[in-house]
Design a protein around this ligand. Structure first.
Ligand SMILES: Cc1ncc(COP(=O)(O)O)c(C=O)c1O
Length: 391
């Protein structure tokens, strides 16, 4: 095992042991991240060896924190295709457009990656029961991985969560509390009960393992693109674990020598719904922290995250990468989903439909050149959002 310790994501000088179940930084309350002996890991796993393994998340085991890969809770996650989008790209004036199609994960969303690693770690480090507040897909994924791991799962979901997510959670045996309000209210409901009930809380960035699972998005992208990276990445941003995880992957790969030291890292673009866009607002205001919107609302349920714990971290990444942040309306994001479905045969989740709409905004603003290699992340299947597409 090459994971050595945990560090604070903020400027706090702190080393925590990797072999104890961790939550957030005890000093700042901010997220923790896993650090590795990358020199030793790079000797144990070359990029050629990684490329020769089956396309799946656990093929990156040397760069994940689970001590014994035989204890992985595995549903076959990861290894999703990077597909070119020639017809959609042509319609938007983007010549080199791809999508990493995360809807092909177990349960139909990228949440599988984070939960595979987090549930494996939680079980290996002694958790007896798991809980998470969820806008939809994360709860469904935790329910599935909890069932696979043989651990009970408690979820708190907004009362207006998509029906498919609720059904998925219940069929896997999770207990579901429906809460009036947003994921922030659900988070409070879990936090108030977790210690008395003995639940390990897997809320976004309140533990350091989900990010490690999401990090595999960045490694796979480099592998798919022949160890180069795109010019621009658009990511539908709620809590932001994918954005943060990918950036961590890029930094690790540079240190490992898997990508060239002078490889320009992609400009990261956070896309949100205008009804709940705390990161876009903070980015535009030049702020270091996000403020919650007063009445967060959007049909893209995964983007209804008013108080992301990783706000400072995400804003640093957007700025460091030379990227930006874009908000689009619900009408635009649903139209984006319809356009991708009609032109490419891919039914994106509305969260990813927002990326299609954001491409138009970036082209109009002159922030995306026609020839730039651009990657979207279809974070989930649109089939779970039938309520949004009835008309
Ligand atoms: C389909 C989909 N896309 C995007 C997101 C936002 O992901 P993150 O919280 O990692 O920013 C979610 C979160 O629920 C989601 O379900």
């Amino acid at each position: 095992m090459f994971a050595t310790h945990l560090e604070s994501s903020e400027e706090v000088d702190l080393h925590l042991p990797i072999d104890q179940l961790a939550t957030t930084c005890p000093s700042s309350g901010r997220p923790l991240l896993v650090r590795y002996d990358l020199e030793a890991a790079g000797k144990a796993l070359s990029r050629e060896e990684y490329a020769s393994r089956p396309r799946k998340l656990w093929s990156l085991a040397e760069l994940l924190p689970l001590a014994d890969p035989a204890h992985a809770v595995d549903l076959g996650e990861g290894g999703t295709p990077l597909l070119s989008l020639p017809r959609l790209g042509a319609s938007l004036g983007v010549d080199s457009l791809w999508v990493k199609d995360e809807s092909q994960n177990p349960g139909g969303s990228f949440k599988a990656r984070g939960m595979a690693v987090a549930v494996s770690m939680a079980r290996a480090l002694g958790a007896r029961a798991l809980a998470v507040p969820s806008a939809g897909n994360a709860g469904g994924a935790l329910a599935a991985y909890g069932a696979r791991a043989g651990l009970p799962v408690q979820l708190a979901m907004p009362r207006d969560v998509p029906t498919a997510n609720l059904l998925e959670a219940r069929i896997h045996g999770a207990q579901v509390e429906l809460v009036d309000g947003t994921i922030a209210d659900c988070g409070r409901w879990i936090a108030e009960r977790a210690s008395t009930e003995g639940w390990f809380d897997l809320s976004t960035l309140k533990e350091p393992y989900r990010v490690e699972g999401k990090k595999t998005l960045g490694y796979e992208l480099a592998l798919d693109m022949g160890w180069t990276l795109p010019d621009v990445i658009l990511y539908p941003t709620g809590g932001g674990t994918g954005l943060i995880g990918m950036w961590k992957a890029f930094e690790e790969m540079r240190e490992l020598g898997w990508i060239a030291a002078d490889e320009r890292l992609p400009r990261m673009v956070a896309v949100q719904a205008s009804g709940c866009a705390p990161i876009v607002q903070a980015f535009e205001a030049g702020a270091e922290e996000a403020e919650p919107p007063t009445e967060p609302a959007t049909v893209a349920s995964g983007l209804r995250v008013p108080t992301p714990l990783g706000d400072r971290w995400m804003l640093r990444i957007l700025r460091e990468s030379g990227g930006t942040a874009v908000a689009v309306s619900d009408c635009e994001l649903l139209e984006g989903t319809r356009r991708a479905a009609a032109l490419e045969g891919l039914f994106f989740a509305p969260e990813a439909g927002a990326l299609v709409a954001a491409l138009t905004v970036l082209r109009e603003r002159g922030e995306l050149a026609q020839g730039e290699r651009t990657v979207l992340f279809n974070t989930g299947t649109g089939l779970k959002y039938s309520e949004c597409f009835h008309s």
